[in-house]
Design a protein around this ligand. Structure first.
Ligand code: M6R
Length: 611
């Protein structure tokens, strides 16, 4: 987590850095800071969001042609002014920003304290900076060499950007485990945790790899490995437009992204799903058909919302492909000693492609011989690059911290992968296969239809905003949707919510039910609907308030529900893509009604690059 920005060139660095930090605030927003080189080093930093720092800097001399900036998601040390980045070294000559965690910082700190160093913050980052300075002084070497030596002793993950008062115009960057992109301009270079800070200036970028170090000057970019060998930067063309990372008239990115779903799902299917010819074109699947068809077992690894997409995929793959599937939290899987046997296929699902737990889990599985298929949204991200093969979700930049459009695009990709494997494996009848292709094809239009219920959902949100607990229940394909609905509400509105399989409710959560508990039922028409209706009766008998997601024209849930939101009829394998939409809107409007910053919920960050 944490967002980092750097600039060196012929323009004023401050406005570029501040604008870039605002775009990277999805990565963390506990505190903000900027360091500028302008006849000396100046550091400005403060607890709070970027706009708050900006306000305090009115009237300051913010000139400088090089600088670095940071937006923090706190790990070591509470969010306050001292712990904000950039940190300055003991001599005051170096400034550094850091994204990641230095795991052995305590022993390094002890070593430095014994040499007389004092620390002004509680961070691991300040320790690394002074460690670099100590090496530079002791070895009488240049900063680049000192960084290289220091990083060989560092355990943990990092992207660091350093500037040196004695060497204005040069930024030195290094990466291991956290993302770093360098944008190439004319007599200028941009650095960022992702490409968003540089989009209006350049489309040419270099994704820095782990264990690489970049020496960045206005008209020179030198890339090296930690062994000091020069590497050739691989320059790639960005195909993101600025509009994609702006709000486009919506109050919040989350609402914009919810509304984008008809388009993003369509984009995800486009060029892949061919209903007329009955085909699905996915190069990553096609080129690895043998492995996927003959998979002994599929293990799905993911976190958060992506894990919920994995749970739905478990139902789809087992039903259509008859392959045994296990869905694991990447954060648990990586710390076990999981058994991977030849023929195991790992599917890693991640919006950002940078989630540390998912990344390490797949690296471990790869070492044990598993074939890794990545389903990722961010092109060129670490998980995409670590996977043997995969498929992008093509949902475009997702900026709201709560994942919405990435989730439905993940489901679209997973459904296509399952259908393609099932067809090749002959585990699906031709008739069902054709009908599933049609159902998938209809999803974007049906999602548009659901979005027309916006006002109804807003009024329900207004009515229920003051309840302090919610229960979400669903069966089969709708159970993971219950989990996802509950997660959205928790993260956006800070209301406690739990998701359960509807039948499990009798085994405990029913004790919570009274007239102060709203229960959201995903009760669309599927093979389990009668059973779900019985569960609804059980809640109603205990005076719980029932908000139901039902299928249009299906009357079975009407008499037991307090509130009804209808969605178009659909096959149960695509229904999750529809049923989640009202739950996204419900969470959004409850969050708004409660005055929450839904794009930047407290304590969260979009991309969880720490363990
Ligand atoms: O980028 P990823 O999909 O790997 O992220 C996984 C989770 O951190 C993410 O889904 C998180 O749970 C979201 N805040 C959910 O809205």
């Amino acid at each position: 987590m944490c967002g980092i920005v750097g600039y060196t060139g012929t323009k004023q660095a401050y406005p570029i850095i501040i604008k870039g930090l605002k775009r990277l605030e999805y990565r963390g927003y506990d505190s903000t800071g900027v360091a500028l080189l302008n006849s000396g080093l100046k550091v400005f930093k403060k607890k709070g969001k970027v706009a708050e720092l900006e306000e305090t800097l009115v009237g300051e001399d913010l000139h400088g042609f090089a600088g670095i900036g940071h937006t923090r998601w706190a790990t070591h040390g509470e969010p306050n002014d001292q712990n904000a980045h950039p940190h300055q070294s003991s001599s005051g000559k170096l400034a550094m920003i850091h994204n990641g965690i230095i795991e052995n910082y305590a022993s390094l700190k002890k070593e430095l304290i014994s040499k007389g160093y004092n620390f002004t913050s509680d961070t691991d980052s300040e320790v690394l900076l002074n460690f670099i300075e100590e090496i530079k002084t002791k070895n009488n070497c240049d900063l680049e060499e000192a960084i290289r030596i220091a990083l060989k002793r560092v355990v943990g993950a990092y992207v660091i950007l350093l500037i040196d008062e004695d060497n204005p115009g040069t930024i030195i960057a290094a990466r291991k485990g956290s993302p770093l992109v360098i944008g190439i301009g004319k007599n200028e270079h941009f650095l960022g945790s992702d490409a968003s800070p540089m989009l209006e200036y350049t489309k040419e970028v270099v994704y820095v790899n782990d264990y690489e170090l970049a020496i960045v000057k206005p008209n020179e970019l030198i890339l090296k490995n930690l062994g000091n060998e020069i590497l050739t930067p691989f320059v790639q063309k960005l195909d993101i437009e600025l509009a994609a990372i702006e709000k486009g008239g919506f109050d919040y990115f989350m609402l914009k992204e919810i509304y984008e779903q008809p388009t993003t799902i369509f984009d995800c299917l486009r060029g892949r799903l061919d209903v007329e010819n009955g085909t699905i074109q996915m190069a990553g699947v096609q080129d690895n058909l043998d492995k996927l068809i003959n998979a002994n077992r599929i293990i799905i690894l993911a976190c958060g919302t992506s894990w919920h997409a994995g749970l739905i995929a478990e139902y789809i793959f087992e039903e259509l492909c008859r392959t045994s599937v296990e869905v694991e939290y990447a954060s648990e899987f990586r710390y076990r000693n999981p058994i991977i046997i030849p023929g195991d296929v790992i599917i890693a699902i991640s919006q950002s492609g940078e989630t540390a737990d998912t990344l390490v889990a797949i690296e471990n599985a790869k070492e044990k011989g598993a074939f890794i298929f990545g389903i990722v949204n961010v092109v060129g991200s670490s998980i995409a690059r670590t996977s043997h093969a995969g498929a992008y979700t093509h949902a475009g930049s997702e900026i709201g911290v709560a994942s919405t459009k990435a989730f439905t695009a993940q489901l679209a990709v997973l459904t296509m992968v399952a259908l393609k494997i099932a067809k090749e494996k002959n585990t699906i009848s031709n008739e069902r296969y054709r009908s599933c292709l049609n159902e998938l094809n209809d999803v974007p239009v049906k999602v548009s239809k659901i979005l027309e219920s916006n006002d109804l959902i807003k009024s329900i949100a207004e009515k229920y905003k003051n309840f302090t607990n919610f229960l979400y229940l669903g069966r089969g394909y709708n159970f993971p949707i219950a989990l996802e609905g509950a997660l959205k509400l928790k993260e956006i509105s800070y209301i406690h919510a739990s998701g359960y399989p509807a039948a499990e409710m009798k085994h405990g959560p029913i004790a919570l039910v009274d007239d102060s508990l709203p229960v959201v039922f995903i009760a669309t028409k599927d093979s389990n609907i009668e059973k779900t209706i019985s569960n609804m009766q059980e809640i109603k008998a205990r005076k719980g308030k029932i908000i139901s997601i039902i299928t249009e024209n299906d009357e079975s849930a009407i008499s037991v529900s307090n509130e009804l939101i209808a969605v178009p009829a659909a096959d149960e394998i695509v229904a999750p893509m529809l049923n989640v939409i009202p739950l996204q809107l419900l969470a959004y409007y409850i969050g708004i009604a409660k005055g929450c910053d839904v794009d930047k919920p407290r304590n969260l960050a979009k991309s969880v690059t720490v363990e």
